[in-house]
Design a protein around this ligand. Structure first.
Ligand SMILES: Cc1ncc(COP(=O)(O)O)c(C=O)c1O
Length: 392
C-alpha cells in the first residue's frame, strides 16, 4: 500500500481529489510534464531550427513509434503519430476509395466525432451508413452475431470501439476482425478507451486500423496519439491530409512518393515536445507492471466499485455482472440527464470527479490500476449522501 501511495505521488492531479475521469483525460505524472518542459528548453537552446534539433527530432519520433509499436506488439513501420483518436479515425475513414453505393457499418455506441465523419462521407460519396445495436448486448446477447447480421456484401468498412465508451463493454476484437476479414470489409477500431487499459496484441488480432490517443488511460499529454495501419491495408489506404512529413524527396526537394511506412499519413510541423512526454508516460506504466497485471488490477478495482455501488439504494449499475473494463457506468433515480448532471456536480463539490454520458443516460466513473479503495469508498459515500438528501 505504501508503495502505491508513493507511486501516486508522481501524479500532482491526484493529490487534492478523488479522480475517476480516466476515460476523459488521465492525470499527467510530474516527470512527463518535466520531460515536455525540458524538451522545449532543449529546442530553444539548440535551435529552434538547426541540424542538431532536426536530428534530435527524428530520434524522438522514431523512439515514440517504437514505444507505441511495442504496446501493440506490431512493427514500428505500422505506426503513424497523430494528435488524437479522431485524427486517426479521419485518416482511416477518408483514405478509403469510396464509391457511391458502398456500405459502412458503425456500432450504435460510437463517439459523436466518428459518427459525424461517417455522415459527411455518406453525404459526399453516396455511401450508405447504417448502425448495428451493440448497446443492448452489454449483459446478454452476442455482439459478434449482431455485427454479422448487419454486414452486407458491399460493406467496405466496419467501425467499432474496442471498449464501448458509454457502457464499458469490451468487444471480442479477434472474432470481429475474423468476421470482417471473411467479408472483405476493412475494420477500424476506436481505441480511445482501450489503449492503456487492455493488454493488446494487434498482430494476432488482425484489425486493419486502430486509432488511439495518449491523453486518456496512458496519462500522457493531450495533443499526441497514434494510428496503427496493418501493412496489408496500407496499400489500400491513401493519405488524405498531406505534407512534407508524408513524402520522400529528391535532391531538389521535390516529392518522389509516399514514405513506405506509417509516416505517409503524418503531415507537417507538430508539437514535438509532447512526443518524449508520451514516451515517458508509457514507460511509467511499464515500470509499475505488465499490461496484464495492470488490467487485472483495473478489473479488481472496477469490481469493488461495482459491488459497492450496487448496494446503494436507487442505484442501478448498467452491468449485471462485474465489469470487464475500468468503466463502471450507473444510473440513479429517474435516470434523467438533469438528475445525473446534478449528482455529478454534487460529487465534484465533494471532491469526487466523474462524468455524465448522454446515451444511455448514466454516470461514468472510471478506475485505473492505481485507484485507491479509499477513493472508491468516498465516491460511493457521496452517492449515498446524495440519495439520503433526496436529490434536491
Ligand atoms: C470512444 C471515443 N472516441 C473518440 C474520442 C475522442 O478522442 P480525441 O479527443 O482524442 O479525438 C473519445 C473521447 O472521449 C472517446 O471516448
Amino acid at each position: 500500500m505504501t508503495q502505491l501511495h508513493n507511486y501516486r505521488q508522481q501524479f500532482p492531479a491526484l493529490a487534492n481529489k478523488d479522480y475517476f475521469n480516466y476515460g476523459g483525460q488521465g492525470p499527467m505524472p510530474q516527470v512527463v510534464m518535466d520531460t515536455i518542459t525540458e524538451a522545449q528548453a532543449y529546442i530553444q537552446k539548440t535551435g529552434p531550427f538547426s541540424y542538431e534539433v532536426k536530428d534530435w527530432l527524428e530520434a524522438e519520433k522514431a523512439a515514440l513509434r517504437v514505444a507505441i509499436a511495442s504496446e501493440f506488439n506490431v512493427s514500428k513501420d505500422t505506426i503513424t503519430i497523430t494528435e488524437d483518436v479522431t485524427v486517426g479515425c479521419n485518416i482511416a475513414m477518408w483514405g478509403i476509395d469510396w464509391h457511391s453505393g458502398d456500405h459502412m457499418l458503425l456500432s450504435d455506441c460510437e463517439h459523436p466525432g466518428v459518427v459525424a465523419i461517417a455522415e459527411e462521407i455518406s453525404h459526399r460519396f453516396g455511401v450508405e451508413v447504417t448502425t448495428c445495436p451493440l448497446m443492448t448486448t452489454l449483459n446478454t446477447g452476442d455482439p459478434v452475431a449482431v455485427i454479422q447480421e448487419h454486414l452486407r456484401p458491399n460493406t467496405r468498412l466496419v467501425v467499432v470501439s474496442h471498449v464501448l465508451w458509454n457502457t464499458g463493454q469490451v468487444l471480442p476484437l479477434d472474432e470481429i476482425a475474423e468476421l470482417c476479414n471473411h467479408n472483405q470489409s476493412l475494420l477500424l477500431v476506436d481505441a480511445a478507451q482501450s489503449v492503456g487499459m487492455l493488454p493488446l496484441d494487434l498482430q494476432a488480432c488482425g484489425v486493419d486500423f486502430y486509432a488511439f490517443t495518449g491523453h486518456k488511460w496512458l496519462c500522457g499529454p493531450e495533443g499526441v496519439g497514434g494510428l496503427y495501419v496493418k501493412a496489408e491495408a496500407r496499400e489500400r489506404l491513401r493519405p488524405t491530409f498531406i505534407g512534407w512529413r508524408s513524402v520522400t524527396t529528391d535532391s531538389h526537394g521535390r516529392p518522389t512518393g509516399w514514405y513506405p511506412d506509417g509516416q505517409r499519413y503524418e503531415v507537417a510541423t507538430s508539437n514535438y515536445p509532447l512526443y518524449p512526454g508520451l514516451k515517458q508516460a508509457i514507460a511509467i506504466h511499464e515500470e509499475w507492471g505488465t499490461a496484464e497485471e495492470r488490467y487485472q488490477q483495473i478489473c479488481l478495482n472496477a469490481e469493488y466499485l461495482w459491488r459497492r455501488l450496487s448496494a446503494v439504494p436507487d442505484v442501478k449499475c448498467l452491468r449485471t455482472a462485474p465489469p470487464e473494463s475500468g468503466l463502471v457506468s450507473f444510473q440513479i433515480g429517474d435516470s434523467k440527464i438533469q438528475t445525473m448532471i446534478k449528482l455529478v456536480k454534487f460529487l465534484e463539490s465533494q471532491g469526487s470527479f466523474v462524468r455524465v454520458i448522454a446515451d444511455p443516460c448514466c454516470v461514468r466513473p472510471c478506475v485505473h490500476y492505481f485507484t485507491l479503495e479509499s477513493e472508491i469508498d468516498r465516491l460511493v459515500e457521496g452517492v449515498r449522501e446524495w440519495v439520503r438528501r433526496g436529490k434536491e
